[in-house]
Design a binder for this molecule. Structure first.
Ligand code: ADP
Ligand code: MG
Length: 715
């Protein structure tokens, strides 16, 4: 590979197609650049005059790089991104064709957006939704073989200012957390901090399947997961795929993905095989959360495009194959101050250790108090199949700290001197925390929320979900916990205690109160489910169950108080999530029904008729050929068992059909969702059980689709 400036050619192209800080600094007048940077830092709105200058500069840059069109690239509540392209062309007053892009087009555009879900916020007669540039995320060029489009990362809001997207609440939650964290830092004596940001590194898991095989399965094409399929004798029990050598065809794919991500400024860093066959992971270096959330969407989009180009189909579903590990998206999260650095890093001075402990305990407090809403935050139809299925964290939220920190917290709780290996770690009320080596912490992969050295890893996040969703919730509940801690510290100070003693008193109290959320053991075990119940921790196994927390007044009040959601926005999101769940399961149930009727049952009946024919012909010649009674009986039994299974398949399929028809008869959305969880999914499972049994019984040549062993053991 050629070298440029000491960089590989791929790295030398980093950010080449983004209107990044360096490009802006080089091209914008200094006062406009400075004001834009100030806007980004403070989150204020952009000055309209400057917007005009920026728009013109942006257009010039885009056109020089081959762009003909621009689009506001935003995240409606559909779970993916949306874009509507407009050409730069316009007519000037003399009627000449020019290329133009104005400030108002940059900061506000009005897509005809009546078909995006709004959960009732916008009635269709008032369909206006506005997209506006989010300057904290650089504009970029999306190129195909013959086109280039300027994409402007945007928020999407209604005429009345309600959020119609996932990005707006995320930005609001960033502000909320920053405000609370800065106030706490000031209280702790760091008066210089003006902003706290959260950082996010999203480890994206995915499957790659041969495209031709994928297209032969209606379940994969329609639902991105298999609704049928018998597990082959060898699947993943040898664990030989995890971190194994990457097959060449996949390596070529990954290389191409990374090159595309680099030009878009996405710092893809890690790539490896995952646990399941044909499962892989890509992780970029962490960035500020809103940018990382945009970048994760780009990762999902680029891997899909490049996969297709390379003859693969991409599967982002959380549980594409029963009995085989599904895909998650580990959400590595930390908080950092503009003055003071990573707040979840113990640091070298006693002061930084104290700050570390306070922010660590604030996070514990948030997960403890708001476990149910964090569970709801990661609910999607796919994740219900994954959580608690002995391969992913359970639906129960808990925090893993690692042995060393766990011990330190226990000592603080008991008021003991914090010592380790002869060293004294708490001195005059100020904790000294030994440097936490990453190797000492986290090798517990069964925890949904694990401390890993200088960040928390929220592991229960589903692979296909826009990562803005869980981070909005996480930021907000941590902001609340930070405020509560700060209030308690202020109260202690009010009674005349000095700062360090006040902080330690509050920490001791909180460490005790949040103890039930801490769990160092095996999160996949049945004992933990029992233990968690004893501790009173919520365990919501299905999306409809998990989502009920949004009806809880105290939960709603936090999000309203922090300005992250209005009551209407909460209702709309609740509605959309439930509706998407019902639609997804409705589609799955109908797809399965159709597959049985038109593919599986015909194959089984064909085979049954072959066996029946064979039996008939055997009987016809039995006497002459001296066929034994045992041989005749064996074939009769074979036929009887087969026809019993076929009969069972017909019965279960009819039951499924009846359930599908009942879904929308009467009841409201909550009832429909409940019906999906309690009736439709079990009816689907009953069909699958017998269909998978039959897959193991009929002639392989008659089976009408690629099987698991064909799909999953290509390389
Ligand atoms: P592992 O597989 O051991 O969990 P990876 O190296 O695959 O680790 O992923 C770790 C992710 O965490 C990367 O995206 C990395 O950039 C990110 N990360 C590291 N430090 C921080 C931090 N302080 N805040 C947020 N994310 C972080
Ligand atoms: Mg990880």
């Amino acid at each position: 590979m050629s070298q440029t400036n000491g960089l590989s050619s791929a790295a030398a192209n980093f950010g080449k197609l983004t209107f990044n800080k360096a490009v802006m600094e080089a091209r914008l007048p200094k006062h406009v650049f400075d004001s834009l940077m100030q806007t980004i830092h403070s989150g204020e709105t952009l000055n309209a005059e400057h917007a005009g200058i920026i728009a013109e500069t942006l257009k010039q840059w885009a056109v020089e790089n081959g762009a003909t069109h621009y689009c506001h690239w935003f995240q409606p509540m559909t779970g993916s991104t949306a874009e509507k392209h407009d050409a730069f062309i316009a007519f000037d007053k003399q009627g000449n064709l020019i290329e133009k892009f104005s400030g108002s087009q940059l900061i506000q555009a009005e897509p005809d957006a009546s078909s995006f879900p709004s959960g009732g916020i916008r009635s269709t007669f008032e369909a206006r939704g506005y997209t506006a540039w989010d300057p904290s995320s650089p504009a970029f060029l999306m190129r195909s073989a013959s086109s280039a489009t300027l994409c402007i990362p945007s928020v999407f809001i209604s005429y009345h200012g309600e959020a119609l997207d996932e990005k707006t609440p995320l930005l609001r939650s960033m502000n909320a957390l920053s405000k609370s964290a800065v106030a706490l830092l000031h209280l702790l004596g760091n008066k210089a901090a003006t902003k706290v940001t959260t950082y996010l590194g999203a480890e994206q898991e995915y499957f790659l399947i041969d495209k031709d095989l994928y297209e032969q399965r209606p379940d994969l094409v329609m639902c991105n997961r298999t609704l049928l399929g018998k597990l082959p004798p060898k699947n993943q029990q040898l664990e030989d795929h995890y971190f194994g050598s990457i097959p060449d065809c996949v390596l070529d794919f990954m290389q191409e993905v990374e090159a595309e991500l680099y030009v878009l400024g996405v710092p893809a860093k890690t790539r490896h095989n995952e646990v399941a066959p044909h499962q892989f992971e890509i992780a970029p270096i962490h960035e500020e959360t809103p940018l990382a959330a945009d970048h994760n969407l780009l990762v999902m989009e680029i891997i899909r495009k490049v996969a297709e180009r390379n003859g693969f189909a991409l599967i982002l579903h959380e549980k594409p194959f029963a009995g085989i590990n599904g895909s998650g998206k580990h959400n590595n999260w930390s908080m950092g101050a503009d003055v003071g650095g990573n707040l979840l890093d113990p640091g070298e001075t006693p002061e930084s250790n104290l700050h570390f402990l306070v922010f660590l305990v604030a996070t514990l407090k948030a997960v403890h108090k708001r476990a149910a809403v964090l569970r709801a935050a990661i609910a999607n139809p796919g994740n219900d199949h994954r959580l608690g299925a002995n391969e992913a964290p359970p639906a129960i939220m808990s925090v893993f700290l690692g042995n060393q920190l766990d011990r330190i917290l226990n000592m603080i709780e008991k008021g003991e001197e914090v010592k380790s290996g002869g060293q004294q770690y708490i001195n005059l009320g100020l904790p000294q925390i030994p440097e936490l080596s990453k190797d000492n912490t986290d090798r517990n992969r069964t925890s949904p929320f694990a401390f890993t050295g200088n960040k928390f890893e929220f592991r229960a996040v589903p692979a296909s979900m826009p990562i803005a969703v869980p981070n909005t919730i996480l930021n907000t509940v941590v902001a609340e916990a930070i405020d509560e801690l700060a209030d308690s510290i202020r109260k202690e100070l009010g009674s005349g205690t000095d700062l360090n003693a006040a902080v330690m008193t509050v920490l001791r109290k909180e460490i005790k109160a949040t103890k039930p959320i801490r769990f160092e053991g095996d999160g996949y075990s049945d004992e933990w489910v029992k233990e968690a119940k004893k501790r009173g921790l919520p365990n919501h196994k299905t999306l409809p169950d998990a989502m009920k927390i949004w009806q809880d007044q105290s939960t709603r009040a936090v999000f309203v108080k922090y300005g992250v959601f209005t009551e209407e926005e909460i209702d709309s999101r609740y509605h959309i999530r439930l509706e998407q769940y019902v639609k997804a399961i409705d589609i799955e149930a109908k797809t399965l029904h159709q597959m049985i009727k038109t593919l599986i049952l015909p194959a089984c009946i064909r085979y049954q008729s072959e066996v029946a024919d064979s039996y008939g012909s055997l009987l016809a010649v039995a006497k002459a050929a001296k066929v034994s009674a045992t041989a005749k009986a064996a074939q009769a039994t074979e036929l009887a068992e087969l026809s019993d299974d076929v009969a069972a398949l017909i019965a279960k399929t009819n039951a499924l059909e009846a359930a599908i028809q009942k879904l929308h008869k009467g009841g409201d959305l909550d009832a429909h969702a409940e019906f999906c969880a309690k009736t439709l999914l079990p009816a689907m499972k009953a069909v699958r059980d017998i269909a998978d049994k039959l897959e193991g019984e009929i002639d392989r040549d008659l089976y009408p689709m690629p099987t698991y062993d064909e799909l999953l053991f290509q390389y």
